[in-house]
Design a protein around this ligand. Structure first.
Ligand SMILES: [Zn+2]
Length: 414
């Protein structure tokens, strides 16, 4: 076995031949002169052999996976060929995508590492600078997602997320059936979401959307109702519960401000207790809340209303749920608690978008779950300065396309 063949076997190089090698920079870089197997000269588009029309002596370089702490670089001078169908083209490079500076193997490792660790750690393992890695990652992901189309969208969720310290927001559109992210856009206004509906989806696709779920923001509601004429809009359950909790908390704060020092003792530690769902409370906690009946009437009344409201979600028949909700609203309006009354006004306005929950049980929970993963990715990177870096990571971790799986199978071993 020749040394070149040994290197090829050791490094598991498929589809290419090693014609020479050299170690340099104190044995930290291995330069390999390589050549496509069987002399190459294949058209990258149709894979037919063509005659050579131009040979350069300016080599190109590709970075491959490092081996035992040693960076590996491939050197080769690609030739131009004359394809019978496609004319003058650069020959196919079997180990890398055309115009890429890294090999398929390197791309695959980079994508898989970035899914599970910080880009900084991945850059260290792959022996490249952080900035180079994020640049390469962006190129690779952009190339792979290029031409990818959204398919079979029936059930969408829309939400916003902040991606940078300060107030930079992105709008995220989820496919709730397949639990993945289909689109990310800068900003959280109407113009952002309009881009998605106008430029990304066709009229046919918009007509196919049957369900949509979002929070109570007028922007998203308006956009969904304008663009998706066939969709039934369901307001997200968790956002409604959150709004009610905030109203109850408002009552508590108001009472806290009015209370004397002695009275405040009784109100201590109530905040999180009031938020708890009745099924998660211990007996002791329930006793504390019941004691409020004597301690603070107004907080008690707010809490009882909040607890009663929980029943709404358990209804199976929409008509019964609607009857319950209307009854509840009447009671709540009589409570003379301003924050609760405000909440009732919101519910009243959106009642047609809340009742469909009973039949569909549709929530943005999947979206919220994905949001949590996105937040983990964001915190791991300590925030993103640019939206495109953030978008790359979203599509890499929870996107609708399995990005590492787009690398040819034979290059996917790590
Ligand atoms: Zn061709």
């Amino acid at each position: 076995m020749t040394v070149n063949k040994l290197i090829r076997k050791l490094l598991k190089l498929k589809g290419l031949r090693v014609t020479g090698f050299e170690f340099c920079i104190r044995n930290t870089v291995l330069n390999l002169w390589v050549k496509p197997h069987k002399n190459g000269c294949l058209c990258p588009r149709c894979n037919r052999r063509g005659g050579i029309v131009h040979i350069t002596d300016v080599p190109r370089v590709w970075r491959d996976l490092p081996v035992c702490g040693c960076s590996v670089l491939f050197w080769y001078c690609p030739r131009e060929i004359q394809c019978p169908t496609h004319g003058r083209v650069q020959e196919n490079i079997p180990w890398a995508e055309a115009y890429a500076r890294i090999t398929y193997r390197f791309e695959y490792a980079m994508l898989v590492y970035c899914q599970i660790m910080t880009q900084k750690a991945a850059a260290k393992i792959l022996h490249i600078a952080d900035s180079t890695l994020s640049d390469m990652l962006h190129r690779t992901i952009t190339r792979i997602r290029d031409g990818h189309r959204i398919r079979g969208l029936k059930c969408i969720g829309i939400d916003e997320i902040s991606y940078c310290k300060g107030h930079k927001y992105a709008t995220i559109v989820y496919d709730l059936d397949r639990s993945c992210v289909v689109w990310v856009g800068q900003g959280k206004g109407r113009e952002t979401i309009d881009i998605f509906f106008n430029e990304v989806l066709s009229d046919y696709q918009k007509g196919k959307i049957k369900w949509a779920c979002c929070d109570m923001s007028e922007t998203y509601i308006g956009a969904i109702e304008d663009h998706c004429s066939n969709a039934i809009l369901v307001l997200d359950r968790f956002h409604i519960v959150k709004a009610l909790n905030e109203a109850v908390d408002e009552v508590r704060k108001e009472q806290w401000r009015k209370a004397s020092v002695d009275e405040r003792k009784a109100l201590k530690g109530l905040r999180w207790l009031l938020f708890k769902h009745s099924s998660n409370r211990s007996k002791k906690q329930s006793r504390i809340l019941n004691a409020l009946h004597k301690g603070n009437r107004r907080i008690h009344r707010a809490w009882v209303l909040k607890d009663e409201f929980e029943q709404f979600w358990d209804y199976k028949a929409p008509w019964a749920a609607e009857r319950f909700l209307k009854g509840w609203m009447t009671t709540a309006l009589k409570s003379r608690l301003e924050p609760i009354r405000k909440f009732v006004q919101t519910i009243k306005k959106h009642i047609g978008r809340i009742i469909p929950f009973i039949g569909s049980r549709l929530t943005n929970a999947i979206g919220e779950g994905l949001n949590r993963i996105i937040r983990i990715v964001k915190n791991r990177a300590s925030g993103f300065r640019t939206l495109h870096a953030f978008t790359d990571m979203i599509f890499l971790t929870v996107g609708d396309l399995d990005i590492p799986a787009q690398i040819p199978v034979k290059f996917r071993a790590l």
